[in-house]
Unconditional design. Structure first.
Length: 261
């Protein structure tokens, strides 16, 4: 189903830097078509047809996983609300080593189509374009952090750092636990941390035994403190300089979870 959404209302950070009375005009102008993304494999190029113009797709809600296959090696990244995507872009045409990527919707949601008509309507408000570029760069920083996590020697360390990294993005504090509503399978976790699935299952068992991680209906529950190694690699992802962590959120900055109805 296709709907029309007010992009700057559902994602107010994209309006950063715009003051009244321009803000009201910008909210009215920056509307976009949005499509539902049901759970399962997402054949995004086929579903959108020839719609490949403009800024791309803005994730409004839901959790998606991009899986990359290069020969016998697999990798993955998790994207969610606020991420900017251009799934039809690839490097297959010029890369020396062929790479394929697929998309899977983990939690159903919506994506807004920021096509050429949206670009034209948003053009009087350069702040929107700047903030969208910032979003694209933020996603690249998330990937840099993920690469640094993969570089950790022990799989338990990789998983612990990954869950805290996901908690910074999607988590909510609930008492002494942090709820991470991202229902990743052991197989997907293995691709995210560049390990074999049996090794991930064993490492998860150790984390359960230490009572720092629990599986829930909606995803995972995490307890403890942020590993100092993660703060270091987040510093690299944010600034390109190791050890700089002043701009990196910790578990104390996560939103407190409200009671579920």
């Amino acid at each position: 189903m296709v709907t029309i959404v007010p992009v700057l209302q559902i994602d107010p950070d994209l309006a950063e830097g715009i003051a009244e009375p321009r803000l009201s005009a910008a909210v009215g102008a920056c509307r976009a078509r949005a499509v539902e993304v049901p759970p399962g494999q997402w054949e995004v190029v086929d579903e959108l047809g020839g719609e490949r113009s403009g800024f791309g797709l803005l994730v409004v809600s839901g959790i998606l996983c991009r899986r990359v296959v290069q020969g016998e090696c697999n990798g993955a990244e998790v994207v969610g609300p606020g991420d900017l995507l251009r799934p039809w872009e690839g490097i297959g045409g010029w890369a020396s080593i062929p790479t394929e990527s697929t998309w899977r919707v983990i939690e159903p949601g919506r994506v807004a189509i920021l096509d050429e008509s949206f670009v034209l309507r948003a053009s009087p408000y350069s702040e929107v374009s700047i903030n969208l570029v910032r979003r694209a760069l933020q996603r690249s920083r998330y990937l840099a952090v993920l690469i640094a996590i993969i570089g950790q020697r022990r799989i338990e360390s990789r998983l612990t750092m990954l869950f805290w990294h996901l908690a910074d993005r999607f988590g909510q504090v609930n008492g002494e636990w942090v709820e991470v509503p991202v229902p990743l399978t052991h197989g997907t976790l293995a691709e995210l941390v560049a390990a074999r699935r049996p090794s991930v299952t064993t490492a998860l068992s150790h984390l359960y035994e230490r009572e720092v991680l629990q599986r829930t209906e909606r995803g995972w529950r995490l307890r403890g403190t942020v590993p100092p190694e993660l703060l270091e690699v987040q510093g690299v992802g944010a600034s390109g300089e190791a050890g700089r962590t002043s701009d990196i959120p910790s578990s104390s900055s996560l939103e407190t979870a409200s009671p579920r109805s």
